[in-house]
Design a binder for this molecule. Structure first.
Ligand code: PMP
Length: 478
């Protein structure tokens, strides 16, 4: 069940007069708050218990990609549950898992050799970390001294301890710092809006970041690093920030120089979200290991995974040939069946091409409509993955004080029946950099009218102290 948080219990009074539910038995993210309850869905709409009908302009957290209530996916999942709901992957595989992994491997143009299916993006990252380490242990001759990872600040790679250690999301890390792996160091992210000096060209900026990574390898010991880990488009920690041209090629070159692997985390930006099936296809590099998640199953089942290239798989095959990892529910048949159907629909309906063209409309519309607003610092993204970052002072790019909760305020305001739009809020990811932003990442099947409506609805009202999702046109909750 999807639950959406509101400001206070008083706001829980629904539009049809329903009163707030009694105390929840769920260990919610915030124990002091009541949450909205989702009762149903229709196309790209969320229908709440109180009757509200919300257009899901963020696909949850960039998850929903073919919309909701898809009968083909429901039928395929149901059939799998009836035929063979579960099997232990210690002994068995299923047609659903084999076909899904074949589809994924084939989608990489021969670069990737095998896919590994788990239940969440965090699990996919944990597996990626261990696969990279095991690769070097199994190499002949072995390189057991490779125990370190280099990742980037203001990043997010998941919530479990290994994945959390890779990420640089301050708020999500800080209470758990003493528990996190010590063998991870971080370099600067590539964020031209925030960190590129005005007089610097893209080439100079990339050269600076490549030198920083090279220096970090030197600092920790060039032959001690398993992998450099990065999101091709930074999602939750920065709000859809792509890198500047040439950045990933330069990072790949540094990894190659020191024999380290490149792990790209495409859990949020991958599987079509960026306008190509894999975001790395726009970067001119191929990772050694790639993680995928959200748009893999489009929310129909909990599913994520990793893809590993021939070098990594051959390394393991020539060693013990056993990846020492595994979960009870890995390769879950019903999850694989659902994801396979989602991916077939994406292919048959050419939805990745729709992402690219609708994404252009969305970016142009947002730029035209709110680009000039004094509190809109930056609009950036790719495909149907767009972030709007808010600033209190556009010349100095100052962020709003944390206590104002600008992004959360806008996101909550969107749930008001007058606007009835779901946008994803983000903030508090960075040391000294708040970067309040909203993410707009609708399903891949949106039409021109949907994009026009989103653009009209996400209006930042000028001179409004806390800013707000502004006046919507006639398309309100039905
Ligand atoms: N990596 C990235 C880039 C993500 O955006 C996320 C989730 N937001 C994760 C990993 C973790 O995925 P999950 O929440 O499914 O564990």
């Amino acid at each position: 069940m999807v639950l959406i948080k509101l400001d206070s219990a008083s706001e829980m009074k629904g539009t049809n007069g329903a009163s707030a539910p009694t105390k929840s038995a769920v260990l919610h993210r915030d124990l002091s708050e009541e949450f909205l309850s989702l009762s149903s869905t229709e196309g790209n709409y969320l229908i709440l218990e109180d009757g509200r009908r919300i257009f899901d302009a963020s696909g949850g957290a960039a998850v929903s990609c073919i919309g909701y209530r898809n009968k083909r996916v429901a039928d395929a999942t149901y059939k799998q549950i009836i035929d063979a709901p579960y099997c232990s992957t210690v002994f068995y595989t299923t047609k659903a898992q084999e076909e899904l992994c074949r589809l994924l491997v084939d989608s990489t143009g021969g670069h990737m050799a095998r896919a590994y299916i788990v239940s969440s993006g965090s699990e996919a990252m944990e597996a990626a970390i261990k696969l990279a380490r095991q690769y070097f242990v199994e190499l002949k001759p072995s390189q057991p001294q490779r125990t370190r990872f280099i990742s980037r600040r203001q990043s997010y790679h998941g919530i479990t301890l290994g994945a959390l250690a890779m990420g640089g999301h301050k708020y999500r890390r800080e209470k758990f710092e003493p528990l996190l792996m010590r063998n991870v160091s971080q370099v600067s992210p590539c964020n031209a809006f925030r960190f590129k000096a005005p007089e610097q060209t893209d080439e100079q900026y990339v050269a600076r970041l490549a030198k920083e990574l090279d220096d970090e390898f030197q600092e920790v010991g060039p032959d001690t690093v398993c992998a450099f880990v990065a999101e091709p488009i930074v999602g939750a920690a920065q709000g859809c920030v792509p890198s500047v041209a040439g950045y990933f090629k330069a990072m790949r070159a540094v990894c190659d120089k020191y024999g380290a692997l490149l792990i790209l985390d495409e859990v949020m930006c991958g599987m079509g979200r960026s306008g190509t099936l894999h975001a790395w296809q726009q970067e001119g590099v191929v990772p050694d290991i790639q993680t995928i998640g959200k748009a893999l199953g489009g929310g129909y089942q909990p599913i994520a995974g990793l893809l590993a290239n021939h070098k990594v798989i051959d390394g393991i095959a020539r060693g013990s040939s056993v990846f020492v990892h595994g979960h009870t529910y890995q390769g879950h048949p019903a999850c694989c069946a659902a994801a396979l159907e989602v991916q077939r629909i994406i292919q048959e309906e050419d939805l990745v091409a729709n992402v690219a063209s609708m994404g252009q409309l969305l970016s142009q519309g947002l730029e035209k409509r709110i680009g000039g607003h004094p509190n809109v610092g930056n609009i950036r993204g790719r495909g149907l993955f767009w972030g709007v970052e808010f600033v209190s002072d556009k010349t100095r790019l100052t962020s709003f004080p944390e206590a104002v909760h600008v992004a959360m305020g806008i996101s909550k305001r969107g749930l008001d029946p007058r606007y009835a739009i779901n946008v994803y809020p983000g903030a508090g990811s960075a040391d000294g950099l708040l970067g309040d932003h909203i993410i707009i990442s609708p399903a891949f099947n949106v039409k021109k009218e949907d994009i026009e409506w989103i653009v009209e609805t996400v209006v930042v009202r000028p001179n409004c102290r806390r800013m707000a999702v502004g006046l919507a046109n006639g398309r309100l909750a039905a």
